[in-house]
Design a protein around this ligand. Structure first.
Ligand code: PLP
Length: 463
């Protein structure tokens, strides 16, 4: 079968979609009367749908993934060459791209040492959870098994990662969930008024101290890990307050708790450094990553850890259960690391980290300028090319606008040829944040076009 391309009649594709595809995270009833969206081609920052309509993609493939942009022939070529040479062998054996990418990755992560390949962000997080649980058995007779996660953070769609899910709308109706996961409060400065006793001064330290309170209530000897996003993504683009991370690190050290940073979104350049945690000078024990690792050119995710953690799992023939008894079939695919190597080269050679910082600042400045005109923008947050604008009906009370209004803004942008995102099925009543995460190649003109579309959309929806 030849693959239809842009300009061909795509009726068969759309009919097959309507008849047989179960899309992710959307309602299907509307497809009884409208066509499902089918993406056909992409180049740079732009995508074309089945009707041939061109749009700027301000969300890198919908979910913050295509960091180096569409249509990268050198990545496709690297993957092709690797696949015809050696496509797969279980990762109990190594591979050329697997080893080389691990080396390149660790060069970007001082203090880290070992890369465990998996095929999705959820799975990478589960590997870290399993390692933390096994360490609890190795070192603490199984007692230090609890894993803390934060309100509004997201770590995946599997049962264990949902059990560590701080976005209730992603979790409701899927219980019972796995035991041993405990929630800690969020650190969102803009909504500190909803947290009892939150101070204006030193909010960051206070927010971190709320984690310590949970640890003390649970019993420090029962808590083995703390899993956090460096910048909360789908929960509302929440940048951490001043002083937060340093205090978090102190707390983890104090109670011998392993710090697991979920970089599934922030990893590999999105925030303007290779990893989000690197803004805050902290030393994690686990770092998980997925989306931008190969920009969606091949499936790859990694659970990266330190030599100290790895040492605990070194095979001891006297203890047949002592090593990490885990496998991920597609963690052995070679296409992922082959694509990831070329993806990393592109980010370096094209200076995309510096561009991310500059274009991120432009995005935030443009959005802040819009605040003067549109009172509905209550807050603007961002780190690199990962930015959010929170929409509120009243700046004083910070009452969120309705989801319908947020959807109308996203829809208006779409109609103007710009794809933006919004927090979606996250925290009940708080799906009110517009999300922007353009590819790291975005130019000033692209950014201005994106924020210009938002300006017009806000006028249309809110006047
Ligand atoms: C912060 C974070 N962690 C984990 C995941 C899960 O990744 P995946 O969908 O690849 O399983 C996501 C997905 O959006 C995410 O945003």
């Amino acid at each position: 079968m030849t693959i239809p391309v842009l300009g061909n009649d795509l009726t068969e594709v759309i009919e097959a979609d309507r008849a047989h595809l179960w899309h992710h995270l959307i309602q299907h009833k509307p497809f009884e009367t409208i066509d499902p969206r089918v993406m056909v081609e992409g180049k740079g920052m732009r995508v074309w749908d089945a009707k041939g309509v061109e749009r700027i993609d301000a969300v890198s493939g919908g979910v913050w993934t295509v960091n180096v942009g569409y249509g990268r022939e050198t990545i496709a070529k690297a993957v092709y060459e690797q696949l015809v040479k050696m496509n797969y062998f279980a990762n109990s054996a190594g591979s050329i791209p697997g080893s080389l990418f691990a080396k390149r990755l660790i060069e970007k992560m001082p203090g880290m040492s070992r890369v465990y390949y998996t095929n999705s962000g959820s799975e990478a997080n589960e590997k870290a959870f399993k390692m933390i649980r096994q360490i609890a058995h190795k070192k603490y007779g199984g007692k230090k098994y609890k894993i803390l996660y934060r309100d509004r953070d997201y770590h995946g769609g599997t049962l264990a990662t949902m059990s560590a899910g701080g976005q209730d709308e992603r979790v409701m109706q899927y219980g019972p969930l796995a035991p041993g996961f405990v929630r800690v409060p969020h650190c969102m400065e803009y909504r500190r008024h909803q947290q009892d006793g939150a101070p204006v001064e030193n909010y960051g330290e206070w927010a971190a101290d709320q984690i310590e309170k949970v640890i003390l209530a649970e019993g420090p000897d029962t808590v083995g890990g703390l899993c956090l996003e460096p910048v909360t993504a789908g929960g509302g683009v929440i940048t951490p307050p001043e002083g937060y991370w340093q205090r978090v690190q102190e707390i983890c050290k104090k109670y011998d708790i392993l710090l697991h940073i979920d970089e599934v979104v922030c990893g590999v350049g999105r925030t303007g450094t290779w990893f989000g945690y690197q803004h805050y000078g902290i030393k994690p024990d686990f770092v998980t990553m997925a989306k931008g690792v190969a920009s969606g050119y091949a499936a790859i995710a990694c659970c990266v850890t330190t030599e100290a953690v790895f040492e605990m799992f070194k095979d001891n023939p006297d203890d047949p259960l002592g090593y990490f008894r885990d496998i991920s079939t597609f963690g052995g695919c070679t296409a992922g690391p082959a694509a990831a190597l070329e993806n990393m080269r592109i980010i370096e050679d094209e200076g995309l980290l510096a561009n991310t910082v500059a274009m991120g600042e432009r995005t935030v400045n443009n959005l802040r300028a819009l605040m003067e005109k549109h009172r509905v923008i209550g807050d603007v947050r961002g780190k690199g090319l990962f930015c959010g604008a929170e929409l509120v009906a009243d700046r004083q009370t910070k009452e969120p606008v309705s989801e319908k209004q947020v959807a109308a803004v996203v829809g208006e942008c779409f109609a103007q040829g710009v794809i933006i995102g919004s927090s979606n099925r996250s925290v009940p009543g708080l799906n009110n944040v517009l999300c922007l995460s353009p590819a790291l190649i975005a130019t000033a003109d692209d950014i201005d076009a994106i924020t210009g579309a938002i300006d017009k959309a806000l006028t249309k929806v809110f006047g």
